[in-house]
Design a binder for this molecule. Sequence first.
Ligand code: SAH
Ligand code: SF4
Length: 366
Amino acid sequence: MTINLLNYDGKGLADLCTGIGEKPFRAKQLLHWIHQSGTADFAAMSDLAKSLREKLAAMAVIELPQITSDHVAADGTRKWLLSVGSGNGIETVFIPEANRGTLCVSSQVGCALACTFCSTGKQGFNRNLTVAEIIGQLWIANKTVGLNTGDHASHANRAVTNVVMMGMGEPLANFDNVVTALDIMLDDHAYGLSRRRVTVSTSGLVPAIDRLRERCPVALAISLHAPNDALRDQLVPINKKYPIKELLASCQRYLPSAPRDFITFEYVMLDGVNDSTAHARELIKLVQDVPCKFNLIPFNSFPGSGFKRSSAEAVRIFREILMQAGLVTTVRKTRGDDIAAACGQLAGQVKDKTRRTANFKTEAMQ
Ligand code: SAH
Ligand code: SF4
């Protein structure tokens, strides 16, 4: 069977090399060629013996997701739709800023967790992405960012400096593949990103947060979105399984291993749902023992969502209350509005296996 070398981290490649009678350090050369030089062709790997190149070519490929579309928004945000076979597609978003370039990476085709305000959640779930499909998003972005011309030339040559696992899917529900992809992101022979610059965002899979702490403690963002269980149960249904108290306890356990001395709480601002001054005060009490920062995300709408974005004034007041209580609070800027590249708008092409799409469409018509 032909294997895809993009599925292997440094250790996996070293084992592979040993298995075919090669020295394990060849893995480092392979990582360099594949991930730093962006080479997908064994013949070009000039410091590997010809015999090894031929051996690899006979047993392996370096296969990336196909780019279906590539759009650049007026603000320079770039979104790729990548085909991952069987009619499924995932989205990856590059967000250039003055001092960094952030790539928003997907981890699943769709998502089974069904948060009520999330477009991906409404699509239903098809399958987990492979390591190759996850790391392939970074490979493709690094290779293509900077090739822009025309109006967006000012954003040219800005490589990816940060990765956030905030695209389609729940990264901790695809734990093994996500962690192997994180290994490759952090490996100095591959992308060499620091653990502070790689963030996993989760809706709160408590046992997997503990495993991440032990296995690969990168920066952690928690999608909190509500100050009490009654409301969070409605917005983030996984809360019924792992309620807020357990979630916050897992954050406390995570902190000693975290690359930063705080947890980021994401909080989507939904008009009339979770954005009142009373909610803000309840939130302050809730997190009083957790070193944290807040990131308020103005809701990004999509057809049939049933929610409205909080007013700018409501967001301002909410932020003010948190800040006055000493909580550092930022408001996420909406980027890539004109190409539907903002948080929670990623829809891709999901061949739903959960029948949720059908249910959602029926609901939306009522
Ligand atoms: N599944 C993970 C990561 C992907 S979603 C998680 O839920 O954390 C990334 C962030 O976007 C999460 O905080 C999510 O709650 C938020 N989000 C989802 N839909 C949104 C929408 N329509 N508008 C604004 N933010 C949204
Ligand atoms: Fe899944 Fe995250 Fe969307 Fe919830 S917000 S449905 S966990 S992708």
